[in-house]
Design a protein around this ligand. Structure first.
Ligand SMILES: NC(=O)c1ccc[n+]([C@@H]2O[C@H](COP(=O)([O-])OP(=O)(O)OC[C@H]3O[C@@H](n4cnc5c(N)ncnc54)[C@H](OP(=O)(O)O)[C@@H]3O)[C@@H](O)[C@H]2O)c1
Length: 298
């Protein structure tokens, strides 16, 4: 199966590229413009499937630039879906937990009704609808709170790196304790996406996140605990940040659907540990006595 990866230079796209290896056709923004149907028609051919990781990911900026958010996340999704359908190619659209309003008290399942509360979430939900309406063979993959080795290009990094940088600058760090989500390692998400495609799971929506959930504050605490950093970390309420876009207060995702096919992601703490190792921040060392110790490298 030959797979084109749109947004292959991005945080998730680069790990999907690694996971598919020789089967992958990487497509950077220089090579394809999803807003332009002619570009999509010119580039998307001679592959069996297209994974669309292209997105306008700036959540706050989307409020002031709804046209751009909708052009990339919705019209772009429509263009890719249309061309996939014309050429009998499978279409994988990457979506987000931000399609939900956050009013639920238990993790969202694939069949929970979306109700986005900001422009970014609305544009991604529009992308979902257009993907399923314009392409017969589609997967919509909802992921969340990504951390990956490259960091999000559109956001200029990821939460883990921002925390480590602030701590190494000895800054006072204020992190919200009233927003709960499912932190997800892009490498794990990439492998699950490959699994879904290669096992030919039924078309439709899948939630692909690491297991479990936590507040952003708890996430930050876990990062510093792994690295044995005594950070100046304080809780703050999300309203105090006065951000342009509202965020869902609770957007943990779960997938009993994947479980029913015998697939399961590991928990976010184990994924975070592997991420920190991959980035060279710390290693696990086995001592002669057979004990397991955690050593801080930086
Ligand atoms: N980051 C998160 O926490 C998060 C959470 C949930 C869901 N998601 C979803 O996951 C996907 C990947 O996110 P990410 O974190 O990997 O973001 P990213 O690092 O910013 O990657 C986005 C990629 O898309 C490319 N791109 C942007 N606009 C494009 C366009 N108009 N045409 C073609 N390519 C374009 C970018 O290239 P340039 O940078 O060169 O423009 C980049 O390679 C997105 O669909 C996002 O909505 C992300």
């Amino acid at each position: 199966m030959k797979v084109a990866i749109i947004g292959s230079t991005g945080q998730l796209g680069s790990d999907i590229l690694d996971v598919f290896g020789e089967k992958a056709l990487p497509l950077s923004h220089d090579e394809i413009e999803v807003k332009d149907i002619a570009s999509c028609r010119r580039v998307l051919k001679n592959v069996d499937a297209v994974i669309n990781c292209a997105a306008y990911v700036k959540v706050d900026d989307s409020e002031g630039h709804p046209e751009e958010a909708f052009m990339v996340n919705a019209v772009g999704a429509r263009n890719v879906a249309l061309v996939c359908n014309e050429n009998q190619m499978k279409n994988v659209y990457i979506s987000t937990d931000f399609v939900f309003d956050g009013n639920k008290k238990t993790p969202y399942q694939e069949d929970d009704p979306p109700n986005p509360i900001n422009i970014y979430g609305l544009s991604k939900y529009a992308g979902e609808i257009l993907t399923r309406n314009y392409c017969r063979s589609f997967y919509i993959i909802r992921s969340a709170s990504l951390f990956g080795r490259k960091g999000a290009r559109g956001k200029g990094g990821n939460f883990v790196e921002w925390m480590i940088k602030k701590a190494s600058n000895n800054e006072i760090i204020k992190v919200v304790d009233d927003i709960v989500m499912s932190p997800t390692y892009t490498r794990d998400a990439a492998k699950m996406i490959q699994n879904i495609m290669e096992r030919k799971l039924p078309y439709g929506i899948y939630h692909v996140t690491n297991q479990g959930c936590c507040s952003w504050l708890e996430f930050a605490k876990e990062i510093f605990e792994f690295l044995d950093i005594d950070a100046k970390l304080f809780p703050i309420k999300s309203d105090a940040l006065n951000r342009k876009a509202k965020r869902p207060k609770f957007s943990a995702l779960e997938s009993t659907k994947l479980t029913s096919f015998g697939l399961r992601m590991r928990n976010w703490e184990d994924a975070l540990e592997d991420y920190l190792i991959e980035k060279g921040y710390y290693i696990k060392t086995c001592h002669a006595e057979g004990g397991l110790d955690l050593c801080c490298l930086e």
